[in-house]
Design a protein. Structure first.
Length: 147
């Protein structure tokens, strides 16, 4: 016989994700890097509204000249590079590197209901904001009235 458990007391559930708890526990035991990485994966947030989607890509320290956005075959691809500070013999030396440097690529599949010709991009305060509006001419859901 199977036993089903249900916790209807939300105050007793853990408030943090298990991955963040494990990260905190393992942070001091993991080996640190002494040099910047060659690539990284920027974090992304996607928000949907009645007008369309808004994609936020976290790109701290990336100049807008180093970002390229392409759309092809239903996929939106953001590529670029975050250059690491150059360590010289007389200058600062890396003791611990936790942030990501190097090249990055993120690809997102877009639905057919978006207007790719009206996509707008803005890079401000280290956040790339892509506004992806819905195409008002394409209908994905329509209710038909019975007479």
């Amino acid at each position: 016989m199977a036993t089903l458990l249900y916790n209807n007391l939300p105050a007793l559930r853990p408030t943090r994700a298990i991955s963040s708890v494990l990260n905190e526990m393992l942070r001091d035991t993991l080996p640190t890097q002494a040099a910047p990485s060659q690539s990284f994966i920027p974090q992304a947030d996607i928000v949907e509204s009645e007008q369309g989607f808004e994609l936020h890509l976290m790109l701290p320290g990336v100049a807008k000249e180093n970002v390229k956005i392409d759309f092809q075959d239903g996929k939106l691809t953001v590529t670029g590079e975050r250059k690491a500070p150059e360590a010289t013999e007389t200058g600062p030396k890396f003791r611990r590197v936790e942030s990501g440097y190097g090249t990055f690529t993120r690809t997102f599949r877009l639905p057919d209901t978006v207007d790719v010709t009206a996509i707008e991009a803005q890079l401000q305060d280290g956040v790339l904001r892509l506004t992806i509006p819905f195409d008002s001419k394409k209908v994905t859901k329509h209710q038909i009235e019975v007479r």
